[in-house]
Ligand binder design. Structure first.
Ligand code: ARG
Length: 457
């Protein structure tokens, strides 16, 4: 059944009919479409466009359609154009011809964007709850490893000793910003388009504010023409998902390495790895690789949406039907990836010995030596040069940095030479970095607490 066709002689081309349909993917908006339709018929009843009993019958009919949707998945098997046609058709089965009145003065141009906004709002709430759970998992692991020293890397080369908690807090803070961005996107989503008609508004006596209240929207759109074409909110959501997925991919990338045999800093939970079909000892980080790989989808969805919108004239165009799959895929991918990363992070075991051994490598201490010399009054560039020469000598002679430093430093700075034990101790080196945001265990605990507080409001 089509919602149009009174002026048509020919049936649509069969290939085109399939091509034109959005029902295969917009059927997931059925609850949102029913909720919006309910608010619409109530508004029609309140405004006197239909009789109060008619409104009540239509509302009850919509409730019945919803109950059937919930009760029986096959109830939605239908060869229909879109979810809006579906609800109207099923409502017709329940209440008869009166169902047509549910469409009084209403255009699918406003329906589709209303349903998408309702979906986007719920999706953002679920995504933010998921991100908060992941931050919590990172914070808990970070607290566990607040004093576990490990190397921190730049250019994938070990650079300075940090704590595992410092690493965990860094990833948590990226996610805090993702949560903030999604909250900002929610405010853009939270606007009611109903009452816009096809593009010009409606002559019906409707209380749009009351409709907004019914649907829990914070605001009412101010331009009917804008309301039917505005997909900024979808871009904000998908862009939020893309940034989130980028952070998840980076976290996955770190754990792929830290969980592998070359690093061995963490044990990855078996439940999120797979065995090798060839080598019995291997545990492959497939879950993490997929989270990293799926970032490509979400980035693609963002580009798809932006290029879809580019160059459209004002008003609703059927092109806009293409908005939904991009938004669905981005949100589904981010949601699934957040859940996977939460499971992985909660399940990792810290291998403190391996972290500490890697963090005790002497090259990591070179920067600390230079800073110590500068602290004794030597200009830092000169200190950097002096320590560089000691590093070079150690490398050329095959002796340890510690041994060469013990030989050379007394002539340069007896005070620093006397502190070599502590300067070569990675825990002392991290403890010294105690400013806000630094890697000292107390600073790390404060950072973790603050991250958790930010996503818990
Ligand atoms: N299925 C369409 C969409 O997803 C909504 C229908 C609007 N179509 C129309 N010809 N006015 O955007």
């Amino acid at each position: 059944m089509k919602l149009w066709g009174g002026n048509y002689d020919a049936a649509p081309d069969a290939v085109f009919w399939e091509f034109n349909k959005s029902f295969p993917f917009d059927r997931r908006l059925v609850r949102e479409e029913i909720a919006a339709s309910r608010a619409w018929v109530r508004a029609l009843g309140r405004g006197g466009a239909i009789r109060p009993q008619e409104a009540a019958t239509l509302e009850r009919g919509l409730d019945e359609v919803l109950a059937k949707v919930e009760a029986d998945p096959s109830y939605m098997d239908a060869d229909l154009e879109d979810v809006h046609s579906f609800v109207e058709a099923r409502l017709g089965e329940v209440v008869g011809d009166l169902a047509g009145q549910a469409h009084l003065g209403r255009s699918r141009n406003e329906q589709t964007v209303t349903a998408l906004r309702l979906w986007a709002r719920g999706t953002i709430d679920r995504l933010r709850a998921g991100v908060a759970a992941l931050v919590r998992a990172l914070v808990e692991k970070g607290r566990e490893g607040a004093d576990a020293v490990m190397p921190g890397y730049t250019h994938t080369r070990a650079a300075e000793a940090i704590t595992f908690g410092h690493w965990a807090a860094a990833h948590a803070w990226g996610l805090v910003r993702d949560s903030d961005r999604l909250r900002d996107a929610r405010a853009r989503v939270d606007v009611l388009p109903l009452g816009s008609g096809a593009l010009a508004g409606t002559p019906l006596p409707l209380d749009r504010e009351a409709m907004a209240r019914d649907l829990g929207f914070a605001a009412v759109s101010e331009s009917a023409l804008d309301a039917v074409m505005d997909r900024d909110f979808a871009v904000a959501l998908v862009s939020g998902c893309a940034q989130l997925q980028t952070h998840l991919a980076r976290l996955a990338e770190d754990l792929i390495h830290f969980g592998g045999p070359e690093y061995g800093f963490v044990d990855l939970p078996e439940a999120f790895t797979t065995g090798s079909s060839l080598r019995p000892r291997k545990k492959n980080p497939d879950a993490l690789e997929l989270v990293r790989g799926k970032a490509a989808r979400v980035d693609g969805d963002l580009l798809r949406l932006l290029t879809l919108l580019k160059g459209l004239p004002a008003g609703y165009q059927k092109d806009l039907q293409e908005d939904k799959e991009a938004a669905f895929e981005a949100a589904d991918t981010a949601m699934g990836s957040v859940a996977i990363m939460t499971g992985v992070v909660a399940g990792i075991g810290l291998v403190r010995d391996a972290m500490r051994a890697a963090a005790s490598r002497e090259e990591l201490m070179a920067a600390g030596l230079a800073v110590a010399l500068a602290g004794e009054g030597m200009p830092f560039r000169e200190a950097h040069h002096v320590i560089g020469a000691i590093v070079a000598e150690a490398q050329k002679s095959g002796r340890t940095l510690r041994a060469v430093a013990a030989e050379r430093l007394p002539g340069v700075s007896p005070a620093v030479a006397g502190r070599l034990d502590s300067l070569f101790d990675p825990l002392r080196s991290v403890q010294a970095k105690s400013l806000r945001g630094g890697t000292a265990p107390d600073a790390v605990r404060a950072s973790l607490d603050a991250a958790l507080a930010r996503v818990s409001d």
